[in-house]
Design a protein around this ligand. Structure first.
Ligand code: SF4
Length: 335
């Protein structure tokens, strides 16, 4: 499959315009993500149709807590990523290229649709596990067919994509979970190899388009956990995207090239307290047996409307349209 977003230069190099890296790639070489190759002046995908993993997951695992809660979604992912996070929690698939990897499976978009339609109680398709932006063309084609078949589409992403390709996705992806890894450009540059501003632009564009959006913030000890910086992030989300934007504050575990100990639960609780001063829906993720940051409360009357215990979800006071059954506020969730 040919790449959709690139320009050809006079010297037969090409410039990829899919993500803000804007790699200029010489003939025979690949871009930063490793998934796009210059083949004689054409930019082609190296990992088309290659699936590293697929599962029928609870939607809460994406994580999406306010989009069809207590449903399941067929989740697929491939290889590669356009970021180089030292703390990557998925490096086996995100930081490798397919060649020689024993788990490789080839599949085409229609096979994915057929499989998704045959799974019991399946909401749709989630593009996740590695960064779906690097298989943009494959995702767009699959999502278009899925939409036509009446399935929902979900993208779990680092948000590092240019606005033109993003605007195509906004027409077919129903819900996004976007990582906001820090609120510091210095963190993005040194820990991920990317920049902060394009991610903020992505969040803003999704919000403006009215697609469902939730944000994941992985708290890494000593790197992005300062209360002041975190509060700048929460304030920006509240003032730019709205107080009802859903935020997941997630615990870090040592992975890939970063060996700091797991985020202390006290730190997660501290940031949770600050975030709830700005936002109505804040959760703590990757921690078991915690009393705060698991259930959904109605912002109007304070009643618990969704209870969660791990991935067991109970809609205790939410009606079929996602409104609070106690006071009628809503919608709290998309149903
Ligand atoms: S998608 Fe890949 S090749 Fe294209 S600009 Fe981004 S990192 Fe470079």
């Amino acid at each position: 499959m040919d790449a959709k977003y690139y320009t050809v230069n006079a010297d037969t190099s090409v410039t990829c315009t899919l993500c803000p890296h804007g790699c200029t790639i010489k003939n025979g070489h690949v871009g930063i993500c490793g998934t796009r190759r210059n083949s004689n002046g054409k930019l082609v995908l190296t990992s088309e149709g290659i699936i590293a993993s697929s599962n029928l997951d609870p939607i809460e695992k994406k994580p999406l807590y306010h989009y069809h809660p207590d449903s399941k979604i067929f989740s697929i992912g491939g290889y590669g990523c356009n970021l180089k996070c030292k703390f990557c929690q998925n490096s086996e698939i995100s930081q490798c290229v397919p060649t020689g990897y024993s788990g490789v499976r080839d599949i085409n978009p229609q096979e994915i649709i057929d499989k998704a339609l045959n799974l019991p109680n399946n909401l749709g398709i989630a593009y996740t596990y590695n960064e779906p932006t690097v298989f943009f063309e494959f995702m767009l084609e699959t999502a278009r067919r899925a939409k036509e078949a009446g399935l929902k589409n979900v993208m779990v992403t680092n948000g590092y994509i240019n606005l033109a390709p993003l605007s195509e996705l906004l027409g077919v992806i129903d819900a996004f979970n976007v990582d906001l890894k820090a609120f510091s450009d210095d963190f993005y540059r040194t820990m991920t190899g990317a920049r902060l501003k394009p991610v903020l632009n992505t969040l803003d564009a999704i919000c403006q388009a009215g697609n469902h959006l939730e944000i994941a913030f992985l708290v890494i000890p000593g790197k992005n956990d300062s209360p002041d910086e975190a509060e700048d992030m929460f304030r920006w989300i509240s003032q730019t995207l709205g107080k009802n934007t859903v935020l997941h504050i997630n615990r870090f575990y040592p992975a890939y090239k970063f060996n700091a100990p797991p985020t202390p639960v006290e730190k997660l609780l501290e940031l949770y307290e600050i975030a709830t001063g700005w936002l109505n829906y804040v959760y703590i993720g990757n921690v078991r047996d915690i009393n705060q940051g698991t259930n959904t409360r109605c912002p109007s009357c304070g009643s618990t409307v969704i209870k969660r215990d791990g991935y067991n979800t109970s809609l205790v006071a939410l009606d079929s349209k996602g409104y609070c059954k106690i006071c009628g506020y809503g919608p709290v969730a998309v149903m």
